[in-house]
Design a binder for this molecule. Structure first.
Ligand SMILES: Nc1ncnc2c1ncn2[C@@H]1O[C@H](COP(=O)(O)OP(=O)(O)OP(=O)(O)O)[C@@H](O)[C@H]1O
Ligand SMILES: [Mg+2]
Length: 323
């Protein structure tokens, strides 16, 4: 069995504009990794994870980097809430606003397997995942940067949580035995199915049936990441806006091959439909800006149509599927 399968990346946001740079957000994986609930973690400085055997040199490196507003990558000894020690592979990156001021630090962390108990190969897999985390952190950071122009309300933080969730699932997919790291591709059908199931679970409404069908297809990791984030936005929209005032509804997510090697992602709902004169995606909302940004980096096109009832969003990516 792959010891990393199902493991996840903990994400922490801290706000250096507040006194002592406290944690303002942690994801579920952080709670599982450290044993601390978010209720306990939020408001504290990250040093509460350190303990008697933590190397002061490591602590100093982190502190110096934060003071300078620089990125830092380090393996540091931390302690869980039950006192258990673990080696934390930590990557902290500053998120700056339009004027270059640091708005947030994003920490991405993962427990390294205890050496003696893990089969060989686990470390290589771990490095691979960390490498991915670092690469895709840029994407998370740019999402948060957009978000942080607006006031940081609990709602905004919940939205960040949702928005990083699809990346979280990607890492889990990368840790799965089926991931072919030589080809830098992942099985997109399985990944999108997990994203869709997760969103259905987060935003789920009783009475709304969610129907997911995806063909098995290998897609480069970068394109899969973008498509996963787009799916997250579009599906959340359907859940939040399409079924207002309705008891029942149907939401369908379909990933299929196009003739000629391309791919199509289709999300349709039988809800109330987009407001009459609305163009979507539009740069007037955060969701719209995010989708526009994601589409730009994808060789594909997005269209929105008003169906006989409800809304259909289609993303076509000619040439995306390699085989
Ligand atoms: N499937 C849908 N059915 C009905 N209305 C929709 C649907 N998707 C989007 N809309 C409408 O389009 C608007 C814009 O969506 P958009 O995602 O751009 O912003 P938002 O969801 O309002 O906010 P956020 O920035 O949190 O995403 C929504 O407020 C809603 O009125
Ligand atoms: Mg939205």
């Amino acid at each position: 069995m792959n010891s990393l399968a199902g493991s996840s990346i903990a994400i922490v946001l801290t706000n250096p504009k507040l006194d002592d740079n406290p944690i303002v957000y942690v994801n579920d994986a952080f709670e599982r990794l450290t044993g601390y609930s978010r209720g306990v973690a939020i408001g504290q400085n990250c040093r509460f994870l350190q303990g008697p055997e933590t190397d002061p040199q490591d602590t100093k490196r982190i502190r110096t980097a934060l003071e300078r507003g620089e990125e830092v990558a380090i393996d540091i000894l931390n302690y869980r809430s039950n006192g258990e020690k673990f080696t934390n592979r930590l990557l902290v990156t500053p998120v700056r606003d339009d004027h270059g001021k640091v708005n947030f630090f994003v920490g991405v962390q993962k427990a390294l397997p205890a050496e003696a108990t893990e089969p060989t190969g686990a470390d290589a897999a771990m490095r691979e995942i960390q490498h991915r985390v670092k690469n895709h952190l840029a994407m998370i950071v740019s999402l948060i940067r957009i978000q942080s122009r607006e006031a940081v309300t609990p709602e905004a933080l919940a939205n960040i949580a949702r928005r990083v969730q699809s990346l979280q699932l990607l890492y889990e997919e990368l840790a799965a035995p089926s991931y072919n790291s030589n080809r830098e591709e992942i099985e997109m059908g399985a990944y999108l199915t997990r994203v869709a199931n997760t969103i259905a679970h987060i935003d789920g409404r009783t009475g709304v049936r969610v129907n997911i069908a995806s063909e098995s297809v290998q897609v480069p990791v970068e394109a899969a990441t973008r498509l996963g984030l787009i799916l997250s936005e579009v599906m959340t929209n359907a859940m939040q806006h399409a079924f207002i005032g309705r008891d029942t509804g149907l939401l369908e997510v379909r990933l299929s091959r196009l003739s000629g090697g391309g791919l199509r992602l289709m999300v349709s709902d039988d809800g109330v439909g987009l407001p009459k004169d609305m163009q979507w995606p539009s740069s007037t909302s955060l969701g719209g800006r995010i989708v526009n940004g994601l589409i730009e980096g994808l060789s594909g096109s997005l269209s929105m149509t008003r169906g006989s009832s409800g809304t259909i969003v289609t993303v076509d990516m000619p040439g995306a599927a390699s085989h």
